[in-house]
Design a protein around this ligand. Sequence first.
Ligand SMILES: NC(=O)c1ccc[n+]([C@@H]2O[C@H](COP(=O)([O-])OP(=O)(O)OC[C@H]3O[C@@H](n4cnc5c(N)ncnc54)[C@H](O)[C@@H]3O)[C@@H](O)[C@H]2O)c1
Length: 287
Amino acid sequence: MKDVAGKVAFITGAASGMGLGMARAFTDAGMKVMLADVDEKRLALAEQELKGKGADVATVICDVSKEQSVVDAAKATIERFGKVHVLCNNAGINVGGTFEELSQKDWDWVIAVNQVGVQYGIRAFLPLIKAHGEDGHIMTTSSMAGIVNAGPGWGPYNASKFASLVMTEVLRSELKETNIGVSVLCPGAVATNIGEAGAHRPADYGSSGDKEVIPGGADELLAHGLDPDVVGKLVLEGIQENQLYLFTDPRMIKTVQRRFDRMQRGFDWSANSKALVDASAPGSTGE
Ligand SMILES: NC(=O)c1ccc[n+]([C@@H]2O[C@H](COP(=O)([O-])OP(=O)(O)OC[C@H]3O[C@@H](n4cnc5c(N)ncnc54)[C@H](O)[C@@H]3O)[C@@H](O)[C@H]2O)c1
């Protein structure tokens, strides 16, 4: 989608961090933006800032973990702007803790926002993007934790981000023959407010108690992370060039390579295992 001026974007988690960075980059490029978030106060501040620069933006309170809320926000976007071209599934949260520490409700909330919220977004917005026939784009914020194991205490986050990454890859293959591009953003450390993610946990998921949002001392790493406005510009560039994978820290290819090295050892071991050798099974898949 080379020509973005005048096009309409819907961004979730737009009141803070990378979502706000995207809203800034998009409006600087002449796009109109519907800012969606659960944080009413930050949403009002973001709107004030962008409108102050003359941008055409509006806001909607939207909880991506609730399907009706996403459907209503999509309706509000069409009512306000007439069309929508770009969806950024960006809202995300975390509850840190090991399998033994986390409750099922902790897992449910992280999966509901980071994974199911992406499904709701795509299902609500794809028909609206297709409807006008102009080009469009769907971008989902996954994480480097969507490609590699982030370590102890990151179970629900890792699981939800792997899911959002692969759903985006599937969507890209499904939309291959259309004029709708698809990207997935995999940030490394970015200096945002994600450490405050517990603040908007809905009552139906109970309390996360004193569990950390960012386990294993990684909050220090995030505090020194990349400027989220740089990420906003990267996303705009990725949309314009229909680039599938957007990485904020290209050095992390080494971490990904180590994962595949470990898998290579697993393939080698399996190929020589007694079970497969006895069954003459390697190669039975035709590879
Ligand atoms: N900060 C990092 O280092 C980092 C790294 C990798 C991935 N990410 C991902 O980037 C995305 C953006 O996060 P961020 O780091 O900018 O954090 P952030 O907390 O600054 O921004 C996230 C925004 O999402 C909103 N939000 C939370 N739950 C929501 C819900 N249910 N519905 C709608 N909005 C909701 C929050 O109110 C907040 O405004 C998330 O998906 C996060 O998992 C962040």
